[in-house]
Write a protein that binds this ligand. Sequence first.
Ligand SMILES: *Cc1c(COP(=O)(O)O)cnc(C)c1O
Length: 339
Amino acid sequence: MNPVDLRSDTITRPTAAMRAAMLDAEVGDDVYGEDPTVNALQRRLADELGFDDALFVPSGTQSNLLALMSHCERGDEYLVGMDAHTYKFEGGGAAVLGSIQPQPIVQDEDGTLPLDKLAAAIKPVDSHFARTRLLALENTWHGRVLPLDYLRAAHDFARERGLALHLDGARLYNAAVASGVSARAIAQHFDSVSVCLSKGLGAPVGSVLVGSAPLIEKARRWRKVAGGGWRQAGMLAAAGLHALDHHVARLADDHRRAAYLAGRLREIAGIDLLGQHTNMVFVNVPAARLAALDTHLRAAGIRISIGYLPTLRLVTHLDVDDDGIERVVDAFRAFFARG
Ligand SMILES: *Cc1c(COP(=O)(O)O)cnc(C)c1O
């Protein structure tokens, strides 16, 4: 029985075709800038998203960290969502390693940071205060696609206030596919964008940061300082290129499956469907039954993450097909039928 793992879209394994592309990759020493496949991946994403340059890095966390450290200096501050990955799930890296103070802002339900709250949080130019330098947004956020007119407004706001604008676009391509606009149309509002190849795109490892040439030059230096200067990384870059060629349009299948799953779970008494956005479904189940539910699902070969109690986040991805979704529906239904 194939496992159906809904914990995250990070758990995807490289397909046979992706592995073949990795084996065939031309490689060189990337610290010398001599890995042709890494260079091709960086060029490809820079061009596709409309930026001067790009940097291939091991993780989204490192990509965001390098962006923050390249936009900001010691004693600077960035505005960020209270529930943003960069603020909450990256070990406080910008503060720990960059001496950059976060100013968290409570997000609206749709993931946007209200411009009036941002305006109120910007510090005056005065030696009492950190220097507010950067606004960081996240798209998708908990699967939600930020509205394009909000991105435009945030861009104009950042320009007026002299702030740089960074996007944690770990799932940028989910946002693009779901809203039917190009990734570039989303990215154009930002000074830098970080994209994960290792989520729904299905590469085993890697993120790419895009930005201006001077920004990426700084980021490249910080990457080396952070121990992220890698050598024959072309085998990994080949997986990323393969993902961009073959796994972008199919994100629509993940979104369709998530919508279908949400519709079926909604019919089950005992499950409270909170919402579905792109490839994520959020449900509440009675906290007292969570452990038993997890055991029941495991026995049926289904994995869920119960880390966000009592809300379950179910994530669809490359390694979950229609049959898998039916098995998930059946298993939930059987569990809750027991009352
Ligand atoms: C996964 C993720 C990251 C970081 O990626 P890692 O590769 O796990 O470090 C950053 N931002 C968001 C929104 C993510 O989902």
